[in-house]
Design a protein around this ligand. Structure first.
Ligand code: ATP
Length: 356
């Protein structure tokens, strides 16, 4: 188990990159650190790896603090975005390298045998004699992961490992990584800024913004039960539609449509509706075409994404999107009559706190 307690990092220029992070990661869990550029993902990973010292706070592996411990003694395998392979060495020599250096080094024959065992697990036996420069990005990343695993670490840390790969290969390698780490049962922390990648491979996701954990939860909960407006906007593609609305008695009012507060489920309110302005969030997939619409508008742009298509329109003088079945054959310029089920509406206050 990895316990991160009140972890803070203030860089030399006084920038506070981490503001009291608390996380508990269970053994064998695959956790993604997710968030926009600069939110502090790599800072956390580097502190766990021992490449960076925290300003305060603690990190424990199985109850024992590792702060101050040398990176080599932390039992961690680290994989970087740029693979960091030695270009003049063959694949097998790259993978054996961590086994034949340092104080606990193995005899060469034993190291080679171990490297070959792991190459079987990661299915790269055929690359044994190749040099990194002659391999594709995907192959190099598999070698880098094998080199991290060959030391049989307790924890695997991956920093944006798929960033340099093309879109299709990213999909393939991310599935491979998930199935590999689950097969060998290793606790894994995977840094990414790609919400779709995090949703597809994680047991749980840590979504961060500006050095703060916004939500640490199972993927479906981040999507369906976002803790706040930041989470609702970060998860999901296309982005959730948001509308500022005014509360007037029992109605939320905006220029082009209103919502009846009596139709909201009372039990789902997380707190009182204090104030008069609120942000209403409706995901594009939760708008529906209806004979009893909330509002009527026109399709401005149609984007085909396969079975479904995204229809762009304007409401309240702002751009919005709805996802419909491609078979509905709606074209640009056509009228849209749009409604929403009340159970699929999110409500936030102006500070972004989730109310409903
Ligand atoms: P990215 O996805 O772009 O790699 P990240 O979420 O991994 O971003 P970090 O690299 O952890 O973000 O950086 C967090 C914040 O700390 C950023 O605002 C960054 O500019 C700042 N930062 C990182 N390293 C230093 C440093 N050595 N000195 C000062 N500020 C730093």
């Amino acid at each position: 188990m990895i316990e991160i307690e009140n972890l803070r990092k203030v860089y030399d220029n006084k920038y506070e990159a981490l503001k009291s992070i608390n996380l508990t990661i269970n053994n064998s869990e695959l956790v993604c650190l997710l968030g926009p550029s600069g939110c502090g993902k790599t800072t956390i990973l580097n502190i766990i790896a021992g490449l960076l010292d925290p300003t305060s706070g603690d990190i424990k592996f199985d109850g024992k603090s590792i702060i101050g411990m040398h990176p080599k003694d932390r039992d961690i395998g680290l994989v970087f975005q740029n693979y960091a392979l030695y270009p003049h060495m063959s694949v097998i020599d790259n993978i054996m390298f961590p086994l034949v250096v340092g104080s606990n080094k193995l005899p060469k024959a034993e190291a080679k045998k171990r490297a070959q065992e792991y190459m079987k697990i990661t299915k790269i036996e055929s690359l044994e004699d190749k040099k990194p420069g002659t391999m594709s990005g995907g192959q190099q990343q598999r070698v880098a992961i094998t080199r991290a695993l060959v030391q049989n670490p307790k924890i695997l840390l991956l920093d944006e490992p798929l960033s340099n790969l093309d879109a299709r290969l990213r999909l393939q390698i991310r599935e491979e990584i998930r199935s590999l780490v689950k097969r060998i049962n290793i606790t894994t922390i995977f840094v990414t800024h790609d919400q779709e990648e995090a949703l597809s491979i994680s047991d749980r996701i840590v979504l961060m913004d500006q050095g703060i954990v916004q939500q640490f939860d199972r993927p479906q909960n981040l999507y369906l039960e976002p803790a706040n407006l930041f989470v609702a906007k970060f998860m999901g593609n296309p982005i959730i539609n948001t509308f500022e609305m005014l509360k007037q008695d029992n109605t939320l009012v905006s220029q082009d449509f209103s919502l009846d507060l009596k139709k909201f489920d009372k039990d789902r309110f997380k707190c009182d509706l204090d104030g008069d302005k609120f942000i209403v969030g409706i995901r594009p997939e939760y708008f529906v075409l209806s004979h009893t619409p909330l509002f009527k508008t026109k399709v401005t742009v149609k984007e085909l994404i396969g079975k479904d298509c995204i229809l762009n329109f304007e409401v309240n003088n702002q751009a919005a999107k709805i996802i419909v079945d491609t078979n509905s054959n709606i074209e640009e310029g056509q009228e849209l009559a749009i409604s929403v089920e009340y159970e699929n509406i999110y409500l936030f206050n102006l500070e972004g706190k989730r109310i409903y």
